[in-house]
Structure formats: structure tokens, C-alpha cells
Write a new protein. Structure first.
Length: 327
């Protein structure tokens, strides 16, 4: 029998969402739920605006109160399956995991099972009682590193609120093409690519997106960056780095055709040729624990393939893979 979870929340629409359609603004506020589900709630009267019913296409001003009172089906139909991931930390409120490359986070069209959620349900079956199985944020299929998963409704609400308030600190290691001269900030809106709906792009009218980056190490034709997110848009780092003219190494969507730099040697060339995913790793995560209010932080080492690639580039440059950063 499929479990049902009753959700009641009251949240104010932030001023920066003024002018958007109601369904767009509500999907941003209730980020753990899909826009399609939010539209259904609006049409059914389960999601009210200042106490009244509105249409999904109606525009909001910002500052209105959204009241949600709805039943959510838990993940009763999702299978428990053995899916690889490493548990970094776990207690009664949350799980922090280190996701490997090649694992999709959540079931969707084209990926109905063998996802991280299926593996989490095998590890912790009680996650069925939570929206999206306790998953409050995502990593792309071939991005590795840290994710936090809620185990209780209290933790779920707290983590979603922290993500919305941008108080969760997330840092990524990113290897990009070309030499980045200095660190900086990208503030560029991200939305659906106008000509390719499966891709994202920097577009006028996209959602606000901010990425901060600094140089960790330079190689002759590449740069290792540390990127911190102020917002969490789909493919944000990949899109922002490509926008700067420094796409991620191995990115099959935003990197274009890979060109081998001249003079780096056969070992480095082979390492680059064999690295067939975006070189992006969620290395550090910090947040306020939903149970005791303490500040917690975790780190995950680079996966073996990423570390081997850096070692090959360093050897080709005549440098050690370990040492002081350039900046």
C-alpha cells in the first residue's frame, strides 16, 4: 500500500520573483517539488495565494503568502536496489553521501530505476515517507561528490529552508579548459536554451544564478578552480564556465569538441582522452544541523579518475600533483 504524507506550509513569495507566473514562482519557493506538481496543486485549490485561488498563469507581485495544504504520495512504487554510493555521515536526521559518477539522482523518464534514490531506499526504507525520498538537491549524473538527504520531515523542512536562504555552503573542484588568470564571480541568469530544450544557457529572463570561483592550480592548458555556489540552478557551474570561455574538461554538452593541447605529452593526452565526463566534484558541504542547530561540514576526496587526470597534467607540466596553490 502506498503511503501518503500530508504537507502543510505557509511561505511568502520573495520580492525578486515578482512579475513571474504563479506556477514559476511557487515552483521556486517549493523547490523540492516539480513545477507540474505545483501546477496541479494550484488548479486543485491546494495551493492558495493570500487565501484565495489563482490560475497557474497569473502573475505575482512578490510578497504574497502561499499556503499549501496537500497530500503527497510517498515513493511506494520505487524499488529498493543496490546502487553504489558512500555514506560519509549519518544520524537520525540526515545522511551525507559521496555520489559516484554515472549515477542518476532521481527516477525520471529514461531512468526509471537504478538511481541514487533506489539505493537510498535500500539503505534506509523509511525515506519512502518523505517527499522525493528525502532528496533536497541534486548532482548531475556524471558529477561526483557530496549530497545531503533528509531522514525526517523536520530535517527536510530545515534543509529546504536553508537551501532557499542560500545558507548551505557548497564548494566544487572544477577542471576547466584554458588558463584562468584570476578568480572572480559570474552573475548571469540561467534558463532553458532557446534552441535545445535539453540544455541550459545564459539567457535573458533566466533564473538568477551566481557562481564564485578562485584559482587553485594552473596547468599549461587547463586550470583547476574551486567554485562556490550562491544559487543552485540546473547545470549552473557547467553553463557559467562555458559562458566564461572556459568549459569543463570532458563536458559532453557544454564543452564542444575536445581539442588536445600541443606539447603536453602522450600520457596527459591519453588521460584527457579517457576522461569522458565533466571534471566536476562536489568536494565540500556545510550546513546547520536540523536537530541541534550546530554548524556541520564535510569533505569528500577527489574520485580516482579525477585525481589521476590531475596527476597526469601535473607530471606533463613538470610539477607535483600536490603543493601550494598558485593563488
Amino acid at each position: 500500500m502506498t503511503a501518503v504524507q500530508h504537507i502543510q506550509r505557509r511561505i511568502r513569495i520573495p520580492p525578486e520573483l515578482g512579475g513571474r507566473r504563479l506556477d514559476q514562482a511557487a515552483a521556486a519557493v517549493f523547490a523540492e517539488f516539480s513545477r507540474a506538481r505545483v501546477q496541479q496543486w494550484i488548479e486543485a485549490g491546494d495551493l492558495l495565494v493570500d487565501g484565495g485561488r489563482r490560475r497557474p498563469r497569473d502573475r505575482v507581485l512578490g510578497g504574497e503568502w502561499l499556503a499549501l495544504d496537500a497530500a503527497v504520495l510517498a515513493a511506494g512504487e520505487w524499488a529498493q536496489q543496490a546502487v553504489p554510493f558512500r555514506v560519509v555521515y549519518e544520524d537520525a536526521e540526515l545522511i551525507v553521501i559521496d555520489k559516484p559518477a554515472g549515477v542518476v539522482v532521481h527516477p525520471a523518464a529514461g531512468n526509471p530505476d537504478q538511481t541514487l534514490l533506489n539505493g537510498l531506499l535500500l539503505h534506509c526504507p523509511e525515506l519512502r515517507a518523505l517527499p522525493r525520498g528525502g532528496i533536497v538537491h541534486r548532482l548531475d549524473k556524471d558529477t561526483t561528490g557530496l549530497m545531503v538527504v533528509a531522514k525526517t520531515l523536520r530535517a527536510h523542512a530545515s534543509l529546504v529552508a536553508q537551501l532557499r536562504a542560500r545558507s548551505v555552503r557548497r564548494e566544487y573542484d572544477a577542471l576547466v579548459c584554458g588558463q584562468v588568470i584570476a578568480g572572480g564571480t559570474v552573475r548571469a541568469p540561467v534558463g532553458r536554451h532557446p534552441g535545445a530544450r535539453t540544455r541550459m544557457a545564459v539567457v535573458a529572463g533566466g533564473r538568477e544564478a551566481t557562481s564564485h570561483y578562485r584559482v587553485v592550480r594552473r596547468f599549461p592548458a587547463h586550470t583547476l578552480l574551486r567554485v562556490s555556489l550562491e544559487t543552485g540552478r540546473t547545470h549552473q557551474i557547467r553553463v557559467h564556465m562555458a559562458h566564461l570561455g572556459h568549459p569543463l574538461v570532458g563536458d559532453p554538452v557544454y564543452g564542444g569538441r575536445q581539442r588536445m593541447p600541443a606539447g603536453i605529452g602522450p600520457v596527459a593526452q591519453a588521460a584527457l582522452g579517457e576522461f569522458r565526463r565533466q571534471a566536476l566534484h562536489a568536494a565540500r558541504l556545510a550546513l546547520v544541523h536540523p536537530g541541534d542547530g550546530s554548524e556541520r561540514h564535510w569533505e569528500a576526496p577527489l574520485p580516482d579518475d579525477f585525481a589521476a587526470l590531475l596527476a597526469a597534467l601535473a607530471a606533463a607540466a613538470g610539477k607535483s600533483a600536490r603543493g601550494s596553490p598558485d593563488d
